[in-house]
Write a protein that binds this ligand. Structure first.
Ligand code: UFG
Length: 333
């Protein structure tokens, strides 16, 4: 498929987050103009590329969202903002339904009032629940086992109606486990619950040990298996999706590398990459965790002309380790 790339004015929500900040940088490098929105409750102002127009915005307030749309020229929206921690969603589901459905509706409503017709939505592998087949294709059964996945799936189901009624074209990208770092941007959550940063903090000595949540799953070594996709590869898929949005034959795309690593294998890779022992203990399963999440991503390869550059866990962990050594305190805001 041949296409001509035109520079666009792109609004990115959740622009100061881990994945959002990398996407903003990629968009700027590709000569797009970026309006970067974030309420900074979880994101870091310093992570937002200086050439983006940053607007501190709370998506739960429709008036704030509407003001951005009336003040800025916007051709397309990448909607990344949301709550995304599986474990937390099991404790506080309402927070997830508000953030991931109601706030997204405010964005869609502002889009329709302002006739913005292109929407790329950050969804998740958590929509599938416990896989009925491995790897998971976009047509696999969606039966989420945590409120996070359920909230994202509900929002996915709203989008065809905004296409039907207002002509808002959309692409849904279901991320598997985002991981790794660029030279300057990496993963530094205020409260860290993700596997790779926790392992690397343990290697650095800022944590005493890694707890492995569950070693009695029906997997090759008893620990959970995930498909770790480098954050730069996720970002490049967004650019492709935006550029091709009006020609795409499908609406939903899995973004993963197509093979999974167990928690114990990730730990092993990190021990090799860092040269550190990294103490680990075996703990109980974490509620809401499916045993295996691995993507079949052929559709993205074909339609988006997208191939991930990082396909091995060692290189993904190495990129995260280099970033961690450079910025051991993450972003100092
Ligand atoms: N894990 C541990 N110990 C830890 C942290 C994690 O054993 O201290 C395990 C988890 O149980 C899981 C795996 O490592 O099996 C990965 O856990 P993460 O918390 O890093 O990531 P999740 O798989 O829970 O979720 C991530 C994103 C979600 C997204 C999902 C898609 O946070 O937003 O990937 O697969 F939906």
């Amino acid at each position: 498929m041949l296409y001509k790339r035109a520079a666009m004015h792109i609004l990115v929500t959740g622009a100061a987050g881990y994945i959002g900040s990398v996407i903003v940088a990629e968009l700027i490098n590709a000569n797009h103009t970026v309006i970067a929105l974030d309420n900074l409750s979880l994101g870091h102002r310093n992570a937002v590329h200086p050439d983006a127009t940053f607007v501190a915005t709370d998506l739960s307030d429709f008036n704030q969202v509407a003001a951005v749309f009336s003040e800025q020229k916007i051709d397309a929206v990448i909607h990344m903002a949301g709550q995304s921690l599986v474990g937390e969603s099991m404790q506080d589901p309402g927070k997830f339904f508000r953030a991931n459905i109601l706030n997204g509706l405010n964005v869609l409503e502002a889009m329709r009032h302002n006739k913005v017709k292109k929407f790329v939505f950050s969804s998740t592998a958590a929509v599938y629940g416990v896989p009925t087949e491995v790897p998971l294709s976009e047509n696999s059964q969606c039966a989420p086992i945590n409120p996070y996945g359920a909230s994202k799936l509900q929002f996915e189901k709203i989008l065809p109606w905004y296409l039907h009624t207002y002509g808002i074209d959309y692409t849904i990208l279901r991320y598997f486990n985002a991981a790794g770092a660029t030279d300057t941007l990496g993963e530094a959550h205020l409260t860290e619950s993700h596997l790779i940063p926790i392992i690397l903090d343990t290697a650095l000595g800022s944590r005493s040990e890694l707890e492995i949540f569950g070693t009695d799953y029906d997997t090759r070594d008893g620990s959970c298996i995930r498909d770790y996709i480098h954050v730069s590869d996720l970002a490049s898929a967004h650019l492709k999706a935006l550029e091709l949005i009006q020609q795409l034959e499908n609406r939903v795309y899995n973004l993963g590398i197509g093979h999974g690593y167990s928690t114990l294998e990730v730990l092993d890779a990190a021990r090799k990459v860092t040269g550190m022992t990294i103490t680990a203990t075996h703990s109980a399963r974490r509620p809401g965790d499916p045993p295996v999440l691995v993507a079949k991503a052929d559709r993205a390869h074909i339609d988006l002309q997208w191939t991930p550059r990082f396909t091995e866990i060692e290189s993904i962990v190495l990129s995260a380790w280099r970033w961690k050594l450079k910025y051991p305190n993450g972003y100092v805001d």
